[in-house]
Design a protein around this ligand. Structure first.
Ligand code: ADP
Ligand code: GLC
Length: 503
């Protein structure tokens, strides 16, 4: 199958979170299954630096760009997959985070930047940028690619489109003035178009106009159809539920494998777990904590935002410091949460290790050196860190939501007895419930024989891409066969022969 895979992030070219991990590994997995899956990204400076064998294949005149936009073609690092980069200096040649300025606020022209990205995707999809190659399906990811499906829906002869929501909370919302500046069809400013509470919503464009929508876990696919998780789009998602599928993300075990991890000092497997202790001591040392391998150590890595439930942990500081444990945190994000963490470290330097930074290597050491991983997310479309934790023998403590609910088996009595348990699961985003889960972990940790069984079961879980990549392929096929969404965003359903069968 020929697929154009569109994303603003793909590890190792560029990554701000799980979107980068997934888009850096899913295309490769699909490629290995014999498909011609090609990636397209904006040509951010660090992406140009890391991409291989780049050449300019086209110069495109696109609305929204004051100069012709170059389409570069090269190879995705470490794979055979073709990579396209949309090179418009005025839009993408900016250092640092792809969405934020130095001071942490959004680039003021993000709407123009990602509208231009969508127009370049359309050129590729229609065979106008790399002549001779036309994909059968265009797979878009998250709001940054949200305008591609609407623009493609305007074409009579076009590839099928699929839109994956990695996180519904980031919608790409912009003002009406910005909508007007983008030279888009004026009729899109409506309830059945991009308008959302008097703003332009990129993600709504993807939802309405693509032929199919997926999200990154079956549970999140159900949750987003409810008011609690739907961010105001639950009605629309419910209406589209026949074309909404949840497929759990996979893990790239080339990158996240404790046995072959070059970013940790002591690679280990389920058979050489004593080496995990060595990593633990290296981790305690790296955070300036007392190097005591017998003290239970809890780790956390993540964006410091409300989603991740860090505030629940912060509320428990007085109780946590009463217990014999240590905690390490790595993250960047909301200034208040950064400050809370720094304060906890300042007050309890022998218990709280804190690093406010983005540090890929330290993230691996935390997975390897911690005894348990804290991930009390309020919502979690899929979550990757709990999957990494399982493989690193670091049982995750998670809230029963989204992909966390779909990947972690609670260490209750029956599950432990059946050797199915892999972590600790609690129901509600309440500090007391999280504390109970932490206490359950501490109790089990004190029974080292049971703990070792839990660790072994966790390490043997298989979340490699194979299963998920096959699920995507099956879905691609289904989407190719399904009727296309019309230019008005309506699904002509069912097709005549299907109608006949139904009759
Ligand atoms: P999300 O995409 O919501 O941020 P995921 O669990 O899906 O959450 O993926 C997060 C990814 O980003 C993981 O690979 C994690 O290790 C990484 N990550 C997040 N924050 C940091 C950080 N401060 N330093 C290094 N890696 C980080
Ligand atoms: C998002 C979600 C996260 C998911 C990731 C990759 O950033 O917050 O849960 O794992 O995308 O799909």
């Amino acid at each position: 199958m020929d697929v154009l895979f569109c994303t603003s992030e793909a590890f190792p070219l560029i990554k701000t979170g799980g979107l980068g991990d997934v888009c850096g590994s899913l295309p490769g997995a699909l490629h290995e299954l014999g498909n011609d899956v090609r990636l397209v990204l904006p040509a951010y400076p660090q992406v140009i630096e890391r991409a291989a064998k780049l050449e300019t294949i086209a110069s495109l005149v696109l609305s929204g760009a004051s100069a012709p936009v170059k389409m570069l073609r090269g190879q995705f690092p470490g794979s055979e997959a073709t990579l396209y980069l949309v090179d418009s200096a005025e839009h993408f040649r900016r250092p640092g985070n792809p969405y934020l300025q130095q001071d942490g606020s959004d680039w003021p022209d993000n709407a123009q930047r990602f509208a231009l990205f969508a127009r370049a995707i359309v050129a590729l999809a229609l065979g106008q940028a790399d002549t001779g190659w036309i994909p059968q399906l265009v797979h878009c990811n998250d709001w940054q690619t949200g305008l591609a499906a609407p623009l493609l829906a305007l074409e009579d002869d076009r590839p099928a489109t699929l839109f994956t929501i990695h996180n519904l909370a980031y919608q790409g919302l912009f003002s009406r003035t910005q909508f007007q500046a983008l030279d888009l069809p004026p009729q899109w400013w409506s309830m059945n178009g991009l308008e959302f509470h008097d703003q332009m919503s990129f993600i709504k464009g993807g939802l309405i106009f693509s032929d199919w929508t997926t999200t990154v876990s079956p549970t999140y696919a159900r949750e987003i159809q409810t008011a609690e998780f739907g961010c105001g789009l639950e009605g629309l998602l419910k209406q589209h539920s026949a074309r909404l599928t949840g497929i759990l993300n996979g893990v790239d075990y080339q990158v996240w494998n404790p046995g072959r991890d070059r970013l940790i000092p002591h690679p280990y497997t389920a058979r050489t777990l004593r080496l995990k202790q060595e990593n633990k001591m290296a981790l305690q040392d790296a955070f300036g904590l007392p190097v005591k391998p017998e003290v239970p150590l809890f780790g956390h890595v993540g964006r410091l935002v409300e989603q991740k439930g860090l505030d629940l942990i912060m509320e428990l500081v007085p109780q946590l410091v009463q217990r014999r444990l240590q905690l390490v945190f790595l993250g960047t994000g909301q200034p208040q949460l950064e400050q809370d963490l720094r304060q906890a470290h300042g007050r309890h330097p022998t218990k709280f290790g804190v690093r406010i930074a983005y540090d890929e290597q330290l993230a691996h050491l935390i997975e390897a050196g911690s005894d348990a991983f804290l991930m009390p997310s309020r919502f979690e479309p899929c979550g990757l860190n709990q999957l990494y934790s399982l493989r690193y023998g670091t049982p995750p403590i998670v809230r029963r939501t989204g992909g966390l609910a779909d990947s972690v088996v609670d260490a209750d009595g029956p599950n432990l007895y059946a050797r199915k348990a892999t972590g600790f699961v609690f129901d509600d985003a309440e500090p007391a419930q999280l504390l109970r889960a932490i206490d359950r972990a501490l109790n089990l940790y004190a029974q080292q024989r049971v703990w070792k069984d839990l660790v072994a079961t966790a390490m043997h879980q298989d979340f490699s891409w194979t299963r998920s990549a096959n699920a995507y392929l099956e879905l691609y096929q289904r989407v190719l066969e399904a009727p296309r969404t019309g230019r008005d965003g309506l699904h002509r359903n069912p097709s005549p022969d299907v109608a006949e069968i139904l009759a």
